[in-house]
Design a protein around this ligand. Structure first.
Ligand code: MRU
Length: 363
């Protein structure tokens, strides 16, 4: 992904034992970076949402694990690091997936060699994520081409939250097909849900679409249903924080309402995700843990004043409590299809097993 002509990943090693990330809490107003040098730095960056988005959380946790082993690579340190990182965000499954991959890779490695091995594995997780997202983009592009052939004018795609380059290492999940369509000259326009309470759509998705030159419009979270009724949305595409083996999609809160509106209006609703987002141990969306975040994210809002200062102001009366559940689950029956690095499939157990035959029970 390029910003002002310079290609960036969202995190990259600057030296053995140092990783740099884009500080997403400062966007869209400032492109700032944070250096992660310790396990605690990585855990804080994830917890405070300087990095966010399931695939990027996984990649950051992998490097956090490696950083933890720099001075002390004992089994006890490994277990401590995994516990600390796993507790940072409860819903995004890529976090657990990346930690498991790291631990599996390190199991046969002697403590003296663990830091280098962990560093290599974290880099491999990042490279794999980039390739998987590129492939998701290619498979999703085929869907967009079909829609473009049936549409006069641009294909209008609605997306919720941020599942772009900033949520991954590069490309993004939901936005990868859009970038590839735009680059291929297909006319595409994106309706960007603002995504209250943290405004990942308004602050992050709009920022990266603008940086890439993709036509887009920020809308209030509640406008999508109306636009669908008026035929102004041809496709809803979202990312995912966790997908069950049955195809239920857990994503940023508000996604379910978009899926309901899409079904009522005959608009295809698809979710784009890499392998590491699929929790094969769960077959019921209701069993996915839903992160509850600080009520302050709801009662306060941050923005830039006319004078250029970044300020946070209260928008809810002090007398009112607020509930801030960060995700919801869209049942598989409302999901038209899933796009993964292996292709497009129905949101069903057999659809997923068709793409991942090695995950069939008993094999
Ligand atoms: O709370 P966040 O910003 O980490 O949540 C990210 C999302 O829910 C996004 O919608 C995204 O689709 C999932 S990550 C690709």
């Amino acid at each position: 992904m390029k910003i002002s002509g310079t290609h960036y990943r969202t995190l990259w090693p600057t030296a053995p034992g140092a990783v740099r990330v884009i500080d997403q809490s400062r966007l869209p107003f400032e492109l700032a970076f944070v250096d992660l040098m310790t396990l605690e730095d990585a855990a804080r960056a994830i917890r405070d949402m300087q990095v966010r988005g399931a695939p990027l959380i996984g990649a950051t946790a992998a490097y956090g694990m490696a950083l933890a082993l720099r001075e002390d690579a004992s089994d006890a340190r490994l277990a401590h690091a995994a516990r600390l990182l796993e507790a940072t965000r409860p819903t995004a499954y890529n976090l657990r997936w990346a930690l498991t991959r790291l631990r599996d890779a390190l199991r046969p490695v002697a403590p003296a060699d663990r830091f280098e091995a962990a560093w290599r594995e974290a880099a491999a997780i990042c490279d794999d994520d980039v390739e998987q997202c590129r492939l998701i983009g290619a498979h999703g592009l085929a869907l967009l081409r079909d829609l473009a052939a049936a549409t006069h004018g641009p294909v209008n795609v609605l997306t919720h939250c941020n599942a772009g380059w900033l949520a991954c290492v590069d490309w993004g999940t939901a936005l990868a097909p859009i970038y590839q369509a735009h680059d291929a000259g297909l006319p595409v326009h994106v309706w960007v849900d603002e995504t209250r309470p943290r405004n990942q759509g308004a602050a992050l998705t709009a920022f990266e679409l603008a940086a890439h030159g993709v036509p887009h419009t920020v809308i209030a979270d509640n406008l999508g249903g109306h636009l669908m009724q008026r035929g102004r949305v041809q496709l809803v595409i979202v990312g995912a924080d966790r997908v069950t083996a049955a195809g239920d999609v857990c994503n940023k809160v508000g996604t379910y309402l978009k899926a309901l509106a899409a079904r009522d209006n005959g608009v295809p609703f698809v979710a784009a995700l890499p392998f590491g987002t699929i929790d094969w141990s769960l077959s019921r969306g209701a069993d996915i843990p839903i992160e509850e975040r600080s009520a302050r994210e709801l009662t306060h809002i941050t923005g830039r004043t006319g004078a250029g200062a970044i300020e946070t102001v209260r928008v809810v009366a002090e007398s009112s409590p607020a509930l801030n559940l960060a995700f919801d689950v869209t049942p598989a029956r409302l999901v038209t299809s899933l796009i993964t690095e292996r292709g497009v499939c129905p949101a069903t157990p057999s659809g997923l097993h068709g793409l991942y035959p090695e995950r069939r029970t008993g094999t």
